[in-house]
Design a protein around this ligand. Structure first.
Ligand SMILES: Cc1cc2nc3c(=O)[nH]c(=O)nc-3n(C[C@H](O)[C@H](O)[C@H](O)COP(=O)(O)OP(=O)(O)OC[C@H]3O[C@@H](n4cnc5c(N)ncnc54)[C@H](O)[C@@H]3O)c2cc1C
Length: 459
């Protein structure tokens, strides 16, 4: 194998991947087409599984310091009825969701990468590739416009929703794009949020409006816009084409409570909401991750989190510490299943509509548990590669979660005893005849019945 692992795209997925493979001691190079950092308001929520991944990279402290820890996401009707997705009981070190702006996330990851000696090559686009069994020849377009060919061991396309690498792989991007633009505005609210304010989804006649507080006292208001421009302009609605004045007009239509509105706007953006999956995610030495492979509606703040989890799944294979490399076929099978289940789950409208229409106490109580059950799945801490349907995101039944099975994550409450004789092997404290091996993110990769074994000290 010759050359570095070449990462196309320095969004959250590419940056996290580069960090993980560099930390594993591998050679990595990152090329980013955009000359400047993208400061548009984009993703915000960091969920428990990604906080765990960041923790393994020594970065969770910085994220928690800069972000606003949220114990719950509330759903609020205009008559004041509130239900919540409550993260406080999740079996993880990080039972919360963290509100932190994407540009801040990218800044922390870029700095950590630089500290490891890896500089992002900005203004350099990956234009294409040819590959053989043991290498990839990657065609770059340099900042001065000149072409360059470099050789890499692997090429990972973290180049976003309009991925060049996906196109070059011949993959279709199947799914749908919603016909209306999604608006975002961030700034100072009319009324200072109470210290215990949590991210709130306002259920209104105009759809679900997100109200998300940040650590610095500012707030994001986001929701479906009413678009009156030309269809051509709508095609490019990912551009920051919404003026502050236009946002204020939209906001007064979307948000009834003046205290919830932003009055001093820092930044605005519009974007199109897509729900799409690449028809295939790679071939031999070229693979896709993050938005290049799947794009999601903003509900539940899942897209950025999925991208960083894809990055981890790739890094584990490239590092080879799981005897995975180069089993990339299992990468697509695993991560595609999770992306599909997430797309199905973030279609939250049936639940939101049921809350809007609920009239009796019994109806509200039934919905309360339905909302509560969303926490484990939005957090992605209990992913189960062996399950099907929404249970891939973790069963809401604790007994199912705690049952050991290859591909299922070992629940934190399951006591494990390290095997003295074999590094990386564990015995289950309350089932001492069972030995298991797991990935760093605690998914069982091998199970064995061990006839002559007694318990030690559980971890
Ligand atoms: C305006 C906007 C608002 C959004 N709001 C939300 C939200 O509220 N909630 C949410 O969950 N998600 C939101 N998203 C989506 C979220 O930002 C993405 O899911 C997330 O950025 C995905 O990360 P990524 O690294 O996979 O891709 P990206 O962040 O898109 O990064 C891809 C990078 O690749 C670079 N690139 C592209 N082509 C090439 C090439 N040929 N060579 C080299 N580099 C290349 C791009 O310049 C970019 O920097 C929003 C997106 C946009 C655009």
């Amino acid at each position: 194998m010759t050359g570095p692992i070449l990462v196309a795209g320095a969004g959250p997925t590419g940056l996290a991947l580069a960090l993980m493979v560099k930390r594993a001691g591998l050679d990595v190079a990152v090329y980013e087409a955009a000359p400047n950092v993208d400061v548009r308001p984009r993703a915000v929520m960091v969920h428990a599984r990604v906080l765990e991944i960041l923790d393994r990279m020594g970065l969770s402290g910085e994220f928690l310091e800069e972000g606003l820890i949220q114990p719950a996401i509330a759903f609020e009707r205009s008559d004041g009825l509130r239900l919540a997705i409550d993260f406080r009981d999740l079996p993880t070190r990080f039972p919360c969701v963290l509100n932190l702006r994407q540009p801040d996330i990218e800044r922390i990851l870029t700095r950590a990468l630089l500290e490891m000696g890896v500089r992002v090559h900005r203004g350099v686009a990956v234009e294409g590739f040819t590959q053989s069994t043991d290498r990839v020849q990657v065609k770059l377009r340099l900042a001065d416009g000149g072409p360059q060919i470099i050789e890499a061991a692997w090429l990972i396309g973290c180049d976003g929703a309009r991925s060049t690498i996906r196109t070059q792989l011949g993959a279709k991007f199947e799914g749908e794009t919603l016909p209306i633009p999604y608006l975002l505005g961030e700034g100072q609210p009319a009324a200072k949020p109470a210290p215990d304010s949590v991210s709130t989804m306002l259920i209104t006649a105009h759809g679900v409006i997100s109200w998300l507080p940040f650590r610095d006292g500012s707030v994001r208001v986001a929701g479906p816009g009413s678009y009156t421009g030309t269809p051509g302009a709508l095609q490019n609605a990912d551009q920051p084409c919404l003026t502050k004045a236009e946002f204020l007009v939209e906001q007064s239509r979307l948000v009834a409570d003046p205290d919830r509105r932003i009055c001093h706007i820092d930044r605005t953006a519009t974007y199109r909401v897509h729900a799409r999956l690449a028809s295939h995610w790679g071939d031999r030495r070229v693979w896709l991750a993050g938005d290049a492979a799947h794009v999601h509606p903003p509900a539940g703040g899942q897209a950025l989190n999925l991208g960083i989890s894809d990055a981890e799944a790739i890094a584990l294979r490239l590092a080879g510490d799981l005897n995975f490399a180069p089993k990339f076929d299992s990468y697509e099978a695993e991560r595609r299943a999770i992306a599909e289940a997430t797309l199905a789950q973030v279609a939250m409208m049936p639940l939101v509509n049921a809350l809007r229409d609920a009239r009796t106490d019994a109806e509200v109580e039934a919905l309360r548990s339905a909302f509560a059950n969303m926490a484990i799945r939005l957090s992605h801490i209990a992913t189960d590669y062996a399950a099907s349907g929404p249970d891939r995101l973790g069963s809401t039944d604790t007994k199912v979660r705690q049952a050991l099975q290859i591909g299922r994550r070992v629940d934190k409450r399951c006591g494990l005893v390290p095997e003295k004789a074999e590094a990386g092997c564990w015995t289950v404290a309350d089932a001492p005849r069972t030995r298991l091996w797991m990935t760093p993110d605690r998914h069982v990769r091998r199970l064995q019945s061990h006839p002559n074994h007694g318990p030690g000290s559980a971890q």
